[in-house]
Write a new protein. Sequence first.
Length: 256
Amino acid sequence: MRRLLIIVLIIAFLALGPGHARCALDAAGDASAAGVTGATRAAIIDTGFRPDIDGFGFANFGDPEAIGGLGLGALAGGFHDEIFCHTGHCFGMARASVANFEAGRASIRIPERDAMPEIDRIQTGQSFYYIADFFRFPPGWLPLSGPPLGGKAPDCTTEYMGLLGQLSAGKPAVIGLYASRGDGPGHAVVVYKVERDGDRSYIYVYDPNLPATLHDYAVCPMIAVFDAADGSFLYDDGHRFDELKLDDVDGAGEDA
């Protein structure tokens, strides 16, 4: 059985390439450590959202930030203007894909030029949140700053329980991802399914950085892991995130 698993992983690596094969290797390694396989995990919640249908067919991207060839980030000491030039559109893509799913529209079929106006509107509505997070302003520093503007997640366990509550209602959940070491910007993904084995929960996500047109989610699902034993969380799409924050702001940037 072990030899067969190694052969399958080698084939996946050759077929998917190093950038995409990592998630398959990580998921298999994690399952082996937990003593389970995909066949033995018990699905506890599945909203029906699927990245190859309900995710967008184009990858997340950032806006160029320069005027006359001069980088604004260099002038501002590394600060990125999120109001006019977004670092990325992951949050907008995540929220828009959930809205399309709830409306019965397959995001994979929507051309980028048609999808971007709404995605950009959502992303711009969240700009003050990202700015507050950059400076780590405390909650309440401005009249606009209700949760989660400027607020950090209490802990991963609290956020995970809130996540389960939303998924239990049949709605895919948007979560923000952060690295506690603070070595990069946050990210946003859509959680659509959770499987649990003992203390470990396997959290299936649609990652806007990896559209189904470039990544086979059926063969290599993107999975985050939450461990209830120690309250730890981990997601790796090339950048390692160990904090999550359940989105509790609606698409207009107002408290939900």
